[in-house]
Write a new protein. Structure first.
Length: 730
């Protein structure tokens, strides 16, 4: 049985880091600033340049140095523990340094306890010039080559054991911020801690009987939240250190895992309405209806195809979770523009969505002539899957708005895409789906993981399952999904081999991307293969706890380990929003199996727990209320208990191999489910304990036969392994 729900504190999430591990750590202020460092020494070959404080793309200062009686403290000698809100270094002789940021303020706090004698803090960085001490504050000016017109004024001041580093556009603004910090720093610290603890308690409580799993998921929840910012309206940073800006693709891939499964409906709504403001609504523009690919503080770039479908799909997912119908009315003009703009400029006679070579997520280009390293024009399979889903989401909104003509037109367009897809993309001889159709209408069967997104367009599971197995055994390693078949002559086994090729050449041609694990695991769960997929999910949790940035997941990895090493090296950004978010989405939607559709007041309950997981206890927000779940095996059989709070809903119970059943539940009702040898016993009980329904759901012979057929397809499936071949590096 799950224990009583004690409040989880940030102290319980402490992660000690040894000097040998020397891990990345970052904090944000939820606006435009992030602080990056490594626990013991800033030695990363690509990230070290970004060490210190960065604000809105400006590198303000590189580092600070603590000097005690004339001797600088050396972080390499410290014992280090990282918390979600603090980095703590304890030096020999008992001196302790604690680094923190505060929400919504360009202020860094460094406390130093246990030091005797004179203590000083000095900033470093080529862009920083020290101006001297005035009125007790040590003043600096920071200039940045990337934003030369922007000058940051910095003041360093001390109050007892506390140093504050304040940054602003003028000395007056900095002085005011510093004075506020000296008065309110403890309050701001407490408020930040309370906000973070609220994210992993209450309506988003989570417990399992696997201590590492639950610690990892709590950490990933918090490091994902750090990427939700208010820099130019509200959005989600793509990743650190390079992408502290909003990308529509990254934002809306991350959207469900970052905001919906974590119950942040208000934030989700604001992200949607913020991006809607940036949509190109000029009917004369070739980008009419598109949301921008990149939103920077001072510019917009519309160079993407998939960001716009994902925006509409995210809007649908928000409505399904929250039940908020008002946003449909508010943003329906944006929905109209997104689809009608594509019809006007970006569709062909088969109804497919057209795009240029580098307008999918595989967008790396050669710098010299902008030639794509992974050309996928003119109709990539994942783009068609997104377009199909966008059309259905649009038709759903059109029906709500009473726009019958659009609902019919868009539904017919989606049907046209699906009817053409199998004929144009699928090869039944090889069980492969073409990665894209060329401008000459030729299918390109380069084996890439994008196929995973399009499996629902090729018919029944007996058609798609062999394609899934082929993809899995070719490209899904225990550490993640590679971007190209290792047998392809252009496969790059390492992302970084700069003496042989630029890293962007390998970016989508072998390099592993953890965000792809989400769709790979989802497809396996949909085909009833949770135990096959579970090790990949667990390896990501282990990665968050043991390697790379503390508590989060990176953008990329090498496809293969280097000789003599067991796991591939981490590359790309040290913290990537979609890597984190897909881990959370899969956990809530496909392992716990909670998928709301609150515009219909319905919640699908389809738990698919792996055999190695015993119990779980969780809460998720649904509509105006919440759903509490408790899973256990104490009685020798699997038991699920669901309780609705402040929300009525139709609960559709889907236990694998058994018939499904929908229960009309009122607020306070509990659905008690016991999976026994004779079937699924389900009881709907009122808040007062009165039985409302009591049914036995028998084994479905149809589902049993379907699953047996799928099990036969996947029998013996293994993760991909590095081949003994030697793919060329040149």
């Amino acid at each position: 049985m799950a224990p009583a729900r004690p409040k989880v504190t940030l102290k319980e999430l402490a992660v000690p880091v040894s000097p040998g591990d020397n891990r990345a750590v970052s904090f944000t202020n939820k606006q435009s600033a992030y602080y990056y460092t490594q626990t013991h020494r800033n030695s990363h070959p690509e990230h070290a340049w970004f060490r210190g404080l960065n604000i809105a793309g400006r590198h303000v200062f590189n580092d600070y140095h603590l000097i005690v009686d004339g001797t600088a403290l050396d972080p390499a000698t410290a014992q280090v523990v990282v918390f979600p809100d603090a980095l703590v270094r304890t030096y020999p002789h008992g001196v302790t340094e604690t680094l923190r940021l505060f929400d919504n303020r360009d202020l860094v706090e460094v406390t130093l306890t246990g030091a005797s004698g004179n203590v000083d803090l000095r900033l470093s960085g080529d862009q920083v010039n020290r101006e001297g001490i005035e009125n007790g504050l040590d003043w600096y000016v920071s200039t940045n080559q990337t934003v030369p017109q922007q000058i940051d004024h910095i003041a360093v001041g001390r109050r007892e054991d506390q140093f504050l580093i304040a940054v602003g556009p003028s000395r007056e603004a900095v002085t005011k911020l510093f004075e506020q910090g000296t008065k309110h720093a403890k309050l701001w610290e407490d408020q930040r801690r309370a906000r973070l603890e609220h994210l992993i308690n209450g309506d988003h409580y989570l417990w399992t009987d696997d201590p590492k799993l639950i610690k990892a998921l709590r950490w990933i929840t918090l490091t994902t939240d750090a990427l939700i910012a208010n820099q130019r309206e509200v959005g989600i940073y793509a990743g650190f250190p390079w992408f502290n800006e909003y990308w529509s693709r990254d934002t809306f891939i991350s959207f469900t895992g970052a905001t919906l499964v974590t119950g942040q409906f208000e934030t989700a709504r604001t992200i949607l309405t913020s991006f809607a403001q940036f949509q190109d609504m000029d009917r004369n523009s070739p980008f009419y209806g598109r949301v921008p690919n990149i939103v920077k503080p001072d510019s917009l770039d519309y160079h993407t195809t998939d960001g716009t479908p994902r925006f509409i799909i995210a809007l649908r997912d928000y409505v399904h979770y929250s039940g908020d119908r008002s946003i449909i009315t508010e943003l329906y003009p944006n929905v109209l523009a997104s689809i009608e703009g594509s019809f006007a400029h970006w569709t062909d006679s088969s109804g497919y969505l057209l795009h240029k070579d580098d307008e999918t997520w595989m967008d790396a280009r050669r710098s010299s002539d902008l030639t794509s390293y992974s050309p996928r024009s003119t109709r990539a399979n994942d783009i068609q899957a997104l377009w199909y889903e966008q059309l259905h989401a649009g038709a759903e909104f059109a029906t709500t708005m009473g726009d019958t003509a659009s609902a019919v037109r868009w539904t017919e367009a989606a049907t046209q895409v699906r009817e053409h897809f199998t004929h144009d993309f699928f090869n039944p001889t090889t069980d492969l789906i073409a990665d894209h159709l060329t401008a000459e209408d030729k299918p390109d069967f380069t084996l890439r993981p994008n196929m995973l997104f399009a499996l629902n367009l090729v018919g029944d599971e007996q058609v798609s399952a062999p394609a899934l197995r082929k993809s899995w055994e070719s490209m899904v390693f225990p550490w993640g999904v590679a971007t190209l078949d290792p047998n392809d002559p252009f496969f790059h086994l390492y992302h970084l081999a700069l003496e042989h090729y630029p890293k962007d050449e390998a970016y989508h041609n072998g390099t592993v991307w953890p965000w792809l694990n989400g769709i790979a695991i989802q497809r396996m769960i949909e085909d009833g293969q949770i135990d096959l997929a579970w090790p990949l999910f667990q390896n990501m949790n282990e990665l968050a706890l043991q390697r790379g940035v503390v508590g989060g997941l990176p953008e990329t990895m090498d496809a293969y380990p280097h000789p003599g090493e067991t796991w591939p090296r981490l590359t790309g950004t040290f913290l990537q929003a979609w890597s984190n978010s897909e881990q959370l989405r899969i956990w809530y939607q496909y392992v716990l199996g909670v998928r709301p559709e609150m515009v219909k007041d319905e919640i699908l309950l389809a738990p698919r727990l792996p055999s190695k997981l015993g119990g779980a206890d969780f809460s998720v927000r649904v509509g105006a209320g919440s759903l509490h779940g408790t899973f256990d095996r104490d009685a020798g059989y699997r038991r699920y208990v669901y309780r609705l709070e402040n929300q009525a809903a139709k609960l559709t119970l889907d236990i694998s191999l058994n018939t499904t059943r929908t229960f009309a539940a009122s607020p306070g009702d509990s659905l008690i489910v016991e999976v026994r040898t004779d079937g699924v016993h389900a009881r709907l009980v009122s808040f007062a304990g009165l039985a409302k329904e009591n049914v036995l759901l028998s084994l479905s012979q149809v589902r049993r036969r379907q699953q047996a057929a799928l099990d036969a397809v996947f029998r013996g499936t293994r993760f991909a392994k590095p081949t003994p071949l030697e793919p060329t590096l040149s």
